[in-house]
Write a protein that binds this ligand. Structure first.
Ligand code: ASP
Length: 354
């Protein structure tokens, strides 16, 4: 009896000695960069549809989710406070530079960016190509303003921080977390003007799901991104102008000539079907490529790839096929491509890689 008591005491002393020599658990250091959007929007009442985006600051967003303490050591920075319909090249360049600076430090272990839903897929894909780190970068948004009954922002922020604090999110490129789903920047698109379940990844499916901060991962994007991307913004002060031309029946082809005359260095045709366009539009595109303007064919159809030389002769027209990238994302990639080349086959190789 006496011996077994001594044994228990010795074991307890051993456990105490071992645990005091272990490093204290440190919560992951996550920075939230706020840019505005409906998640930071406000309305006069809790139940009205009309509201203004980008009204509430990052401190208010964080104060609405005190439970973040359970997940991480969170700090907030306000980058801008705009509706994402006003997202611009200048904001993208500032945001990318701030993210790269923060992630280069040992202290910051992940980033969460709050953003409007309208253009989140463009910003996410841009960052996916220019962030130079494998650490988690997670974007989130909301469909209902911060003042609404059942606002979706607070839980989306909670889940986004849980993903950013999860080591398993590393190396998967920029992610978009909304309504319990984890999407990749390349695949995600907004599909509904008002529904909280607006985001889908129609071609590749989800990266994973998150339920009150408990994450499940299904896949890793295989296209090049973040630290595997060759794009660099070092010394870049502005991005080239690229316009999107929306194709339809009875299209006025002089819009293409007007875009070129107004200084577009690249065009994305949001084609019908498999990136198709009218005969007159093809002639205008040939004039554009002949004048050294890069032209990418994408599709206004919500899913499926735009393939090279299917119904449209890319070899003859000097055009590039966007593959799975929708027009908005094809525009992002073309802007970055034009920083280093105007050559259609080099640009096609980038569309095949990223
Ligand atoms: N117009 C808003 C924005 O993109 C819509 C939203 O965030 O849901 O900023």
């Amino acid at each position: 009896m006496k011996h077994s008591r001594l044994l228990v005491l010795a074991l307890l002393a051993l456990v105490a000695a071992v645990s005091s020599s272990l490093p204290a658990y440190a919560a992951p250091d996550i920075t939230i960069l706020a840019t505005g959007g409906t998640i930071a929007g406000s309305a006069e009442t809790q139940t009205q549809a009309g509201y203004t985006s980008g009204q509430v600051g990052v401190e208010t967003l964080l104060a609405a989710v005190p439970q973040l303490k359970e997940l991480a050591d969170v700090s907030g920075e306000q980058v801008v406070n705009v509706g994402s319909q006003d997202m611009s090249d200048a904001i993208w360049l500032d945001l990318a530079s701030r993210i790269n600076t923060l992630l280069a430090t040992k202290k910051t272990e992940g980033i969460v960016i709050t953003h409007g839903t309208d253009t989140i897929e463009e910003t996410a894909y841009f960052l996916n190509l220019v962030v130079d780190s494998d650490k988690p970068v997670v974007m989130t948004a909301a469909m209902r303003p911060s003042t609404a009954l059942s606002a979706d922002g607070p839980l989306n922020i909670y889940n986004a921080v849980a993903v950013a604090a999860d080591i398993r999110a590393s190396g998967r490129g920029v992610l978009v977390v909304a309504n319990d789903d984890i999407h990749s920047a390349r695949a995600v698109t907004k599909t509904n003007t008002t529904d909280v379940q607006t985001f889908v990844s129609p071609e590749r499916g989800l990266i994973g799901t998150t339920l009150y901060g408990k994450n499940t991962f299904f896949r890793t994007p295989y296209r090049a991104h973040t630290s595997g991307s060759d794009f660099s913004l070092k010394g870049v002060k502005a991005l080239p102008r690229v316009d999107i031309i929306y194709m339809h029946a009875n299209f006025s082809a002089d819009i293409i000539d007007a875009a070129v005359a107004n200084g577009a260095k690249g065009l994305v045709i949001a084609g019908v079907g498999n990136g198709n366009m009218t005969t007159e539009a093809q002639a205008a595109v040939a004039r554009a490529t002949g004048a050294g303007v890069a032209v990418v064919r994408s599709s206004r159809v919500v899913s499926g790839a735009t393939g090279r030389n299917v119904e449209t002769d890319d070899d003859k027209l000097g055009t590039v096929a966007s593959g799975e990238l929708n027009p908005a994302k094809a525009r992002v990639l073309l802007k970055l491509a034009l920083l280093t080349t105007k050559d259609a086959s080099d640009i096609q190789a980038m569309f095949d890689k990223y």
